[in-house]
Design a protein around this ligand. Sequence first.
Ligand SMILES: [Zn+2]
Length: 600
Amino acid sequence: MSHVLAAVAWPYANGPRHIGHVSGFGVPSDVFARYMRMAGHDVLMVSGTDEHGTPIQVQADAEGLTPRELADRYNRVIVEDLHGLGLSYDLFTRTTTRNHYAVVQELFEGMYRNGYIVPKTTMGAISPSTGRTLPDRYIEGTCPICGYDSARGDQCDNCGNQLDPIDLINPRSKINGETPKFVETEHFFLDLPALADVLRQWLDTRDGWRPNVLRFSKNLLDDLQPRAITRDLEWGVPIPLDGWRERADKRIYVWFDAVIGYLSASVEWARRSGDPEAWRKWWSTDGEGKDSQSYYFMGKDNIVFHSVIWPALLAGYSGEGSHDGEPGQLGRLNLPTEVVSSEFLTMEGRKFSSSRRVVIYVRDFLERYDADALRYFIAVAGPENNDTDFTWAEFLRRNNDELVAGWGNLVNRSISLAAKNFGAVPPVGPDGLTEADEALLAAGRAGFTTVGELIARHRQKQAIGEAMKVAAEANKYLSDQAPWKLKAEADKPRMGTILHVALQVVSDINTLLTPFLPHSAQKVHELLGGTGVHAPMPVVEEVADLDGGPAYPVLTGDYTQGVRWESVPLEIGRPLAVPKPVFRKLDPSIVDEELARLDG
Ligand SMILES: [Zn+2]
């Protein structure tokens, strides 16, 4: 057993989440965390809403709200979306807590003391017509590195490099098209070149990463420049240095504070658990945290923050770069074990876009379909290694032909037959097991090794494919054995044996599918006569800020109960009821309805 941190990307609190977002960071991290808990690891899964930065400031201005009011609204919406999907966060919090501010400032101060944060006078963009700071994201121009003509001021979406707006060729304001004016302004910079060697050494020891993610990350090290980590902005975490703390016009840049959320959320979780130091088991490089592993889940547009920036902050705070230094009061902190990045999900061949209504919001989806139907689609057809297209026709086919006709049908007919003929889990008859019986039982048991190893290595598509393959074998077994023909009194013991085998394998497959389909796994567990918690679920709780700030909702849960990752022999004679279908077969008309909604 080891301590496993599942660190999940922080959704930005400027709107509801669409299914593209949750297919990249949400569902895959939950499948992993659920499996690791079932396999006996001590998992801490944390995240929260990312609430600072100029987009929230600009949107709040447009709606006549304060940034905090806007963030409050979408924090709540996002918490509810993630809850609806059954994502088992130990703590899903937010970046506007006082605890988060304190942890961010502690990291800033520690890095500053060690010489990895340095002040510098630089050129900042202002709007000539208003005189206000023009945020990076609102400046567009040609990328000086790859020549892409719609690079943003902070990042080029084509080559993935971080940019400074002043380096853009032909810069223009995205708000009104004017050419920004660059003026002198004082800021703090992260000395990335001083951390390049430690990052390279760390990346050289990473085994088993998705090859494209590792390659991309190593390429980012080739041209590391100091990065500004403060901004001319009122909305964000104050700079914790004398002469700066009280300044209303300078704040820590949102990406710096958001990545520290993984740590601050762990600290918040520990403080709420009653053992304020417990977070160290997942973070310290020595003591109880020595064996810990950390996995970071995100979409590919966020790789740079997780494979360069965040490890640089951790190493700088720990005093491990070329300036050396001493760790701060949080101690020496672990660098990520693995950065697990997904590709993008598109929608009927188009890029998701809220403004062009090419979008399906999670809450709209969950109003019309079951959470596990979406979780299934993401697991079997999500953007694990390639950009992938969501189409309603494919969703319908996966749901009806695979989930309902494959797995659902196996559950339904094996439990119905056993309930009708025996009313309970039947025993193996006096003639014992045939070769076919043994082979199917062995396939179910073998799944625990194959499926488990695949999930641990982030091959979720293959993993669920293996589990569904066992379901297909079991369906074939039932058709071959045709227990419904063995109605004569003399045949009844053999019928019992077949159904015993089928139910045992249904129980095993159900366990194998639990990380993917927790809602339906709980139902199948109950149909098999089981009681109690099989797949624990998160809850939304309203909590007080630990340090006196306003209250807010968090997603949390008790995940200590539930089935383990092993084959459990079914209890003979356990009562069965005639089952109701676990999955809903969808009418083909939904495809046209949904497409009309999309274009409407
Ligand atoms: Zn570029």
